[in-house]
Design a protein around this ligand. Structure first.
Ligand SMILES: Cc1ncc(COP(=O)(O)O)c(C=O)c1O
Length: 389
């Protein structure tokens, strides 16, 4: 049986092999591999593509988050609210930047942090602190900010979240690592926050040939601070104003990303068409919940993720898919508040039933742009057979 891959990067490369090879040659000729005009060109191209003021290339999505948190002024030990249902780096970035992740739940139908979930958490789990900023009731930790995560390619309602966060004196950093090209109410990430952090990990909707990331900000001061932080806290060679990092974007990555960026809209449209086909095929299966696009959301379907109700049903479906050589994944099987790396935080973590439940029920199906229609029909047929039988 020919496998239906969950993801296949070789197909995209085959479709643009010559372009990519020609794009990287000048970098080899110049031998300027780190930063320089090539990276600056890509930064301008990226900001221009989404109507943003500033974009700063960095070494990975994780570093984009860490630098954004540091530039937000996060102080040692201050809390940052992070949804527990996400990839590890959304929260590890808080710890790496010297802060303390404080986990909160998500809305189970959209998988996202919503203004309501944030508002309820702040009312029930915090009290006003000395400077009127919230302090957690369970751990007595002062809170500084919120991490908004645009999981699977769908944006959080940023205007709504901003209103709630601002009324408590909290800033927001956006984890847009899975959401390049996404919009809410016509707005890209980064307009209602200090910054948005992107990842160009090869499997992302816009992927490099290795690690890479980027920070966008509408504030020149903030973007300039990221420029310093990515090169050892330095503006002028060998003069260091503050502690910084070695977190630069390579010129080779910038060239490859520059060639790929103009294709992103077309790739996203294909992802959306695949998602619509799945939605239609699974709409009336009892116990199966298809992803619900929020109103006014341009969802870019980094993942197409279903929720399967019923003890053990999700895993049984995965077994059937694997018997038919169809790839699937579980993003994510363990909520962050139950990860060993964060075990010290568990005693002061509020119950997070939606995150626990989602980890038992979610399954992601193949949704990459180069997936063939006949391959998708095999996935559809397998899922429908499972629920009929
Ligand atoms: C939601 C989320 N946050 C952060 C990251 C970290 O990005 P990177 O792997 O580029 O460090 C990723 C991707 O890996 C991610 O999916």
């Amino acid at each position: 049986m020919t496998p239906v891959p969950f993801f296949d990067l070789t197909r995209q490369y085959a479709s643009m092999e010559k372009e990519i090879q020609e794009a990287v040659l000048p970098v080899f000729k110049s031998q300027q591999f780190i930063l320089g005009p090539t990276v600056a060109d890509f930064e301008r191209q990226f900001a221009g593509a989404f109507g943003l003021s500033r974009a700063v290339g960095v070494s990975s999505g994780t570093d984009a988050l860490v630098l954004s948190l540091v530039a937000s002024g996060l102080l040692r030990g201050q809390g940052v609210l992070v949804p527990s249902f996400t990839f590890f780096a959304s929260a590890s970035a808080v710890s790496l930047a010297g802060g303390r992740p404080v986990f909160l739940d998500v809305d189970p139908s959209s998988f996202l942090l919503t203004p309501d979930v944030l508002d309820r958490f702040l009312r029930e789990e915090t009290r006003p602190g000395p400077d009127n900023r919230p302090v957690t009731r369970r751990g007595n930790h002062p809170l500084a900010g919120v991490m908004a995560i645009h999981l699977y390619g769908q944006m959080v309602d940023m205007e709504g979240l901003f209103q709630v966060a601002r009324s408590h004196g909290l800033w927001i950093v956006e984890d847009a690592c899975q959401a390049v090209g996404a919009r809410h109410n016509g707005h890209p990430p980064g307009l209602f926050s200090n910054a948005a952090a992107y990842s160009f990990f090869p499997t992302k909707n816009l992927g490099g040939a290795g690690d890479g990331g980027l920070v966008t900000s509408e504030s020149d001061d903030f973007a300039d601070h990221i420029l310093r932080l990515r090169v050892h806290g330095s503006r002028k060679r060998y003069e260091h104003e503050e502690m910084g990092y070695s977190a630069r974007l390579d010129a080779l990555q910038a060239r490859i990303l520059s060639v790929k960026l103009p294709r992103l809209a077309e790739w996203t449209a294909r992802r959306q068409a695949l998602a619509m086909r799945y939605n239609e095929a699974f709409r009336d299966i009892p116990g199966v919940f298809t992803p619900i696009p929020l109103p006014d959301c341009h969802h870019v379907y980094h993942q197409y993720t279903l929720r399967i109700e019923g003890e053990g049903r999700r895993d049984a479906l995965r077994n059937l898919l694997s018997e038919r050589a169809i790839g699937s994944e579980v993003y994510y099987p363990i909520p962050l508040h139950r990860q060993e790396a964060f075990s010290g935080l568990l005693p002061e973590t509020a119950p997070l039933p939606a995150s626990d439940k989602l980890c038992r029920e979610v399954i992601s199906l193949p949704v990459f742009p180069e997936l063939f229609d006949h391959e998708q029909e095999r996935v559809v047929d397998a899922v429908r057979t499972f629920f009929r039988g």
